[in-house]
Each structure stands twice: as structure tokens, then as C-alpha cells.
Design a protein around this ligand. Structure first.
Ligand code: PDD
Length: 294
């Protein structure tokens, strides 16, 4: 079956899908994106993702490509036409096509591309054994809260991690505090059992997995502290893990050359992962987005 992609109002075979060379996304990275998981043919945390998309567009003063309701319909069509049960949907919206010039062009139409593909769940070995992260300087801009398609520092950081045999790179700000991974949010569990993740300011992307997990953690009565933590504190933590749409909740057992806790995936991280997975499964079965936690 050939893959179908939505491009500016049309559903096209993947190999025929194309955008204009003067699309501002192509020339200036003048656009935003979302990656949303699909489980059982349904989007996971759709409202969170669409709300974040609206926010990113508004911050950059890019017009919404269509109403939320229409967007939700098109997303569903892309999933259906590609017969995706478990996978991801990629959505990209840019300021549109115009002769190359830095200021906002007048009268462009927001370009919208939506593609989907099947994706297997996270590597079972990474899940069972935990993963390694390295730490690198955060060289990004001051608006990391916007899910911009300008990802050069992120891909350089991820490549550095891969070359060091690590899964992810945790970016560290000028004060020695961890901001986030290159495509994931960063968490630790302190010796006192507190769950710590950086507050959602301009230095991080406010992950939808992060938001759902905070909600779950609150419901089971965990002590949550949204604050920055240093690399030293992370290395001395009882547990560490990362979250994202594609990695869900993944245990970290090594930061640079330091083993975390006893060097095995932590218990709280595992419990939170299980709760997050059932939260997603619940939505796959047609349940509400709000996590149902006893
Ligand atoms: N990345 N931080 C950054 C910089 C990210 O790019 C992402 C998502 C996250 C986690 O957000 P969420 O939980 O909403 O996926 C945090 C996506 C998956 C990507 O670029 O592929």
C-alpha cells in the first residue's frame, strides 16, 4: 500500500508529495510542527498537541491553517488512509510561499503538510536495561517553548549522543542547569523521593508527555517539584528518566560516566511508564484524554 500524505488541501501519494522551493519553511525554517502518537488508530493526547500547535503558531504570528475541528478531521483522514494502528503523525505548518525576503510577506497562505507512518514501540532493550545520556552545552535560542522546525542544535546534539554511544544528550544552560534533551524532557527522582522536572519556561518545550505525566503523578500523590536541577544533582539522583511522544517514559541508567542509582532502571520511573502506557491505551479504546488513575 502506498503512503498518502496531506499537502495543502490534497491527499497525495508519498512520492508525489512536494512543497514549493520558496516555502518559508524550506528557506528560513519559518514554521512549526507537532509529532503525535497513534494508538489503536487514534491520536494520543490530541487536545494537548493541538493546543500547543495553536500556541506555537500564535507566538510566531503564523495564521492557523484551518479550524481545530477541520484539522482534527484531516489528521484522522491521514491515519485512516494510511491504515495506521500504531505509529506517529507528523504535522508541519509554515508561513507559506513567497519570494525570499526576511520580513513577513503579505498575503501568504499557511502551508500545511501532514504525514503518518507506522512505528514500533520503543526498543525493548532500551526499556529493559535503561539508556545512557551525555551532557552538552545548550546552544539553542531563547524561545525553546515554541515547537519550531529550526532544529539544527538539536540534531547536532543528538548526533553527538549517537557518536558517544548514548541515546540522548541533555542540554545544560550557562548556570550548569539541565534544560532538556534534544527531543525529550528531562526528569529526576531525588533521594527524598521527589519527582523533579524543569518548569515550563522559555528554555524548554513543554512536552505533551510531560504534561500528561505530571497529571498522572499528581493523581497518585507524588511530590512534584517543577524546578531546574544541575548536572551534579542529576548524577546523584536516585533515578532519572526522559519523556517524549516517541520514547514515552524511558529510564536513564548513566549520565556521562556516572551510573544513576544502582545502575538499573528505577522503580518509580517504571511505575510512571506503566501508568502512562495505560493512559495511552485507554485513549486507544476510545476513553477520554484525562488520565484515569486509581
Ligand atoms: N520531540 N523537548 C524537545 C526539544 C522536543 O523536540 C520534544 C518532542 C520534547 C517532548 O515533547 P512531547 O512529549 O510533546 O513529544 C521535548 C518530538 C517527539 C520530535 O521532535 O520528534
Amino acid at each position: 500500500m502506498s503512503r498518502i500524505v496531506y499537502v495543502n488541501g490534497r491527499f497525495l501519494p508519498h512520492r508525489e508529495a512536494a512543497i514549493h522551493i520558496e516555502d518559508r519553511g524550506y528557506q528560513f525554517a519559518d514554521g512549526v510542527y507537532e509529532v503525535t502518537a497513534v494508538r489503536g488508530g487514534r491520536l494520543v493526547d490530541e487536545t494537548l498537541h493541538l493546543a500547543r500547535l495553536d500556541r506555537s503558531l500564535a507566538e510566531l504570528r503564523i495564521a492557523a491553517p484551518m479550524s481545530r475541528r477541520a484539522l482534527s478531521f484531516v489528521l484522522g483522514e491521514v491515519i485512516r488512509r494510511n491504515r495506521i494502528r500504531d505509529g506517529i503523525v507528523y504535522l508541519q505548518a509554515t508561513r507559506g510561499v513567497a519570494p525570499r525576503d526576511h520580513p513577513f510577506p503579505a498575503d501568504t497562505r499557511t502551508s500545511l503538510v501532514i504525514a503518518a507512518r507506522r512505528a514500533r514501540a520503543v526498543n525493548p532493550k532500551a526499556l529493559a536495561e535503561g539508556i545512557k545520556v551525555i551532557t552538552i552545552p545548550d546552544i539553542r535560542w531563547a524561545r525553546c517553548d515554541i515547537k519550531s522546525i529550526a532544529l539544527l542544535p538539536n540534531i547536532l546534539g543528538k548526533q553527538q549522543a549517537r557518536e558517544a554511544g548514548a541515546y540522548e544528550a541533555w542540554q545544560v544552560d550557562g548556570a550548569g542547569l539541565v534544560t532538556e534533551g534534544t527531543s525529550t524532557n528531562a526528569w529526576i527522582v531525588t533521594e527524598a523521593g521527589e519527582l523533579v522536572t524543569r518548569q515550563a519556561d522559555n528554555a524548554i518545550l513543554n512536552g505533551c508527555t510531560r504534561l500528561a505525566l505530571l497529571d498522572i503523578a499528581r493523581r497518585i500523590g507524588l511530590t512534584i517539584v517543577e524546578r531546574p536541577f544541575s548536572v551534579g544533582e542529576a548524577k546523584a539522583a536516585r533515578e532519572a528518566f526522559l519523556t517524549s511522544t516517541t520514547s514515552l517514559v524511558l529510564p536513564i541508567v548513566r549520565i556521562d560516566d556516572t551510573a544513576i542509582g544502582d545502575g538499573a532502571p528505577g522503580l518509580l520511573g517504571r511505575r510512571l511508564r506503566e501508568l502512562y502506557v495505560s493512559h495511552a491505551r485507554n485513549q486507544a479504546a476510545g476513553g477520554p484524554e484525562l488520565p484515569e488513575v486509581a
